[in-house]
Design a protein around this ligand. Structure first.
Ligand SMILES: [Zn+2]
Length: 351
């Protein structure tokens, strides 16, 4: 037992659990959460670290239902409401298509449900109680959701490693790249034969007139086309519906190619309207990144991502650059990709 004054000085998440045993009251110390020496963000804000420790202790007991992966993602944050600190937890759920609600979406949805959307914008951090801490900033869909619900440029993603109770702080913003920051490009610098680039852009431009836009603003409607290693072109447009379950155009075009067992995509073009650059959702970047992983695992170039505005200007990048610090099967289970490509008989070179 240490005196209360000393205990307060320690600050960082030090909790003392009071247990009543057989009518006697005794206190058993819970180990402290401490900032990891290799945390990419350093802070000596003891109040913040205290809130993070409090969140991690709550997240440890968060409920999850990872029916497929058996991988528990337990999350929590602390929001201040009317001067008092409130802990909110979240947990991942999976259902068998396979689909999932991820831990960071869960916790933010719980913050909104309990305290409203304005409180969600006050959230400083999302803490993950985990056995190990990687470098991912989450999947593309979670990035889209956090961009929409939080002050995302300042949002911290905190991993609390249970094995040594260390805190690893990163910024979500390190996983975000605005389209305006993609490199400007000229047709000759994109790395495709002129005729292929022309076919690709024409297909995407044509696709833009299609799709379903019941709720999508006209200026957000985009057309997408993909050029595969066999020289074929597939195209798709976005489609929305009454339940607001958007059918993402990059995902759609890649699904069409995959249906024909075309897994190696050289380039994807997205064409918008007007002078603004078309927006590539992070969910669509995730789809592109996953497909690009097929090519790179077989020694081919990454899939090029080309943007064209409605005035014919171009930008060019890769999905690897557009989705920094990815969440990817290529990182945590590359054997799964190898087994899949072998099973499908996907060719290793252009036909
Ligand atoms: Zn996610």
């Amino acid at each position: 037992m240490m005196p209360p004054g000393r205990r307060q000085l320690l600050g960082v998440g030090l909790a003392v659990a009071a247990l009543a045993v057989g009518g006697c009251r005794r206190e058993s110390p819970v180990p402290t959460w401490t900032l990891a020496v290799d945390s990419s963000i350093r802070t000596d804000d003891q109040a913040l670290l205290g809130r993070i420790g409090k969140a991690l202790d709550a997240a440890a007991n968060a409920g999850t239902d990872p029916a497929i992966s058996q991988f528990h993602v337990r999350t929590a944050t602390v929001v201040t409401v009317d001067g008092s600190e409130e802990v909110v937890v979240g947990g991942n759920t999976e259902y068998p298509w396979p689909q999932a609600v991820h831990g960071e979406v869960s916790v933010m949805n719980h913050v909104i449900a309990r305290f409203g959307a304005a409180a969600a914008r006050q959230v400083q951090f999302i803490a993950f109680h985990s056995q190990s801490c990687g470098d991912s900033r989450g999947c593309g869909d979670c990035r889209d959701y956090l961009k929409a619900t939080t002050e995302y440029n300042a949002l911290m993603l905190v991993c609390g490693r249970a094995t040594d109770r260390t805190i690893h702080i990163r910024k979500l913003a390190d996983g975000l790249v605005e389209e305006e920051h993609f490199a400007d490009a000229t047709p000759g610098a994109i790395g495709l034969p002129d005729a292929d680039l022309e076919r690709l852009l024409a297909a995407a431009t044509d696709a833009r007139a299609g799709g379903v836009s019941l709720f999508t603003p006209p200026e957000q409607q985009v057309g997408v086309a993909a050029l595969t290693s066999t020289g074929r072109i597939y195209r798709a447009a976005g489609a929305d519906d009454a339940a607001f379950h958007y059918r993402y155009p990059v995902g759609a075009v890649l699904q069409q190619a995959a249906t024909e067992r075309e897994y190696f995509v050289r380039a994807i073009a997205m064409v918008g309207t007007g002078p603004a650059w078309p927006r590539v959702t992070y969910r669509d970047r995730q789809y592109g990144f996953e497909t690009s992983s097929f090519a790179t695992m077989r020694g081919m170039s990454p899939t090029t991502l080309i943007l064209a505005n409605g005035q014919g200007r171009l930008k060019s990048t890769t999905f690897e650059a557009a989705l920094p610090h990815p969440f990817s099967v290529a990182r945590f289970n590359p054997d799964a990709i190898e087994r899949f490509l072998t099973r499908t008989g996907a060719t290793t070179a252009p036909k």
